[in-house]
Design a protein around this ligand. Structure first.
Ligand code: SAM
Ligand code: DTB
Ligand code: SF4
Length: 326
């Protein structure tokens, strides 16, 4: 084993130093992909990819000012946003996603935080009824109190997505209506309620390599590790402050996947936003680098995603199959 890899790939650690992570990042791509494959194979079936459908149950009108997001009211699109989607419509979409091969469905709402009341009750009902269909449920609804996390757990929620998005040092450059520290209590509440944590970030927002590696260090220091880690590549949405951000070099993205797999080896590592802009070959490299989950369906929350036919073709060409990790 090379000097850059100090522990056996696949070892679960919470104490990675920035220097160790930087040294790993500086490895040759073949070395990095080899370590990532070792880490993947220690915990997962390397030929299975989790398919997670995404459904925006409440779109736009968000009071936060996240610089990357199409749903913020701060970026010119002053629309109030849609009302919470009807439960029957959500159930129809969930059934369709299941028929298209999804294992999990993630419901997203453009809320700063969850408010107790009829809308939250309706989300709880959606979680109960989708779980009864045999699909794993995930939600991303903004900040949660301990009690709200417990109620979601009681309803059968498997996972909650709440991202750190970037390094603690860079966070204020991206959002000013909340701080990095404001993200942390929700993660603690979710974990305490026994819901698994889905937590990742975005690359391509003008952050330095150090910021990207600090994000990974922070994610890997969580105890226990997140159960899934979405790596989003910025989708540059017109009208947002980041619309003109520089394009991400695909090799840098591939290295991020390898590093994430090595640092958080048991997690589903998900190719998230921006996948529609990646060639089949770059997606294949991401899988080689240890990614083992994607969002399925032709739309993410508001931006495009490869359609199920394209994914079927890609999986066929790579001989990958949809399914849970074991
Ligand atoms: N409002 C909730 C929140 O912020 O936690 C949940 C929904 S929010 C849209 C979920 C995640 O989507 C964000 O944390 C961010 O990582 C990702 N995201 C949003 N817009 C994006 C974009 N344009 N490009 C890449 N990722 C994006
Ligand atoms: C995550 O990290 N990525 C997903 C999910 N969690 C909710 C959202 C991606 C959104 C991309 C921008 C959009 O479609 O609006
Ligand atoms: Fe609102 Fe979430 Fe978009 Fe931020 S990322 S503006 S909190 S929907």
């Amino acid at each position: 084993m090379k000097k850059s890899m100090k522990s056996l790939p696949g070892t679960v650690r919470h104490d990675w130093t920035l220097q160790e992570i930087e040294e790993l990042y500086a490895s040759s791509l073949p070395d990095l992909v080899f370590y990532a494959q070792q880490a993947l194979r220690a915990h997962h079936d390397p030929n299975k990819v989790q398919m997670c459908a995404l459904l925006s149950i409440k779109t736009g009108g968000c009071p936060e000012n996240c610089g990357y997001c199409s749903q913020s009211t701060h970026h010119g699109a002053a629309s109030a946003g849609t009302a919470l989607m009807d439960t029957e419509e959500v159930l129809r979409r969930a059934a369709q996603a299941k028929a298209d091969g999804a294992n999990r469905i993630c419901m997203g709402a453009a809320w700063r935080e969850v408010q107790d009341g009829p809308d939250f009750e309706r989300v709880l009902d959606m979680v109960r009824r989708i779980s009864a269909m045999g699909l794993e449920t995930c939600c991303t609804l903004g900040m949660l109190t301990q009690r709200q996390a417990e109620r979601l757990a009681e309803a059968g929620l498997v996972s909650y997505n709440h991202n750190l998005d970037t390094s603690p040092e860079y966070y204020a450059n991206i959002v000013s209506t909340r701080t990095y520290e404001d993200r942390l209590p929700t993660l603690a509440h979710v974990r305490k309620a026994g819901i698994s944590v889905c937590c990742g970030g975005i690359i391509g927002m003008g952050e330095s390599l150090r910021d990207r590696l600090r994000l990974l260090q922070e994610l890997s220091s969580q105890t226990p590790h997140p159960d899934s880690v979405p790596i989003n590549m910025l989708v540059r949405v017109k009208g947002t402050p980041l619309a003109e951000a520089r394009e991400v070099d695909p090799f840098e993205l591939v290295r991020m996947f390898a590093l994430t797999r090595i640092l958080i080896p048991k997690a589903y590592v998900r190719i998230s936003a921006g996948r529609a802009e990646l060639s089949r070959e770059v997606q294949a490299l991401c899988f080689l680098a240890g990614a083992n989950s994607v969002f399925s369906g032709e739309k993410l929350l508001t931006t495009p995603n490869p359609c199920s036919d394209e994914d079927r073709e890609l999986f066929k060409a790579l001989k990958l199959s949809a399914g849970p990790k074991r």
